[in-house]
Design a protein around this ligand. Sequence first.
Ligand code: FES
Length: 98
Amino acid sequence: MGFAGDFKPGTVTTSAFMDGEIVIYRTRRGTLRVTRPYCPHLGAHLGAGGRIEGELLVCPFHHFAYAPDGTCQRTGAFPVTVDTGCYAAGASVVDRCS
Ligand code: FES
């Protein structure tokens, strides 16, 4: 995965984890998060073109935006119905220098 300093604010990185992948990102304010790689909307890989907008991780396909707690905060440019279960499951990480 890497050290805390490897993940600069505004970056999205894919890393191998066990027999799959995880997506690691840091928001503009510095929150470091780990999430499953696939968007809960239609399964796009968040690490392949996903980007950070402020505190949100934005999917590269339809631009759904997820907060660090995994909740969907915004949909893309076109109107859609958001299932209340729309959730990019993530995990807290330990972010320390030593
Ligand atoms: S697949 Fe991610 S927003 Fe549609």
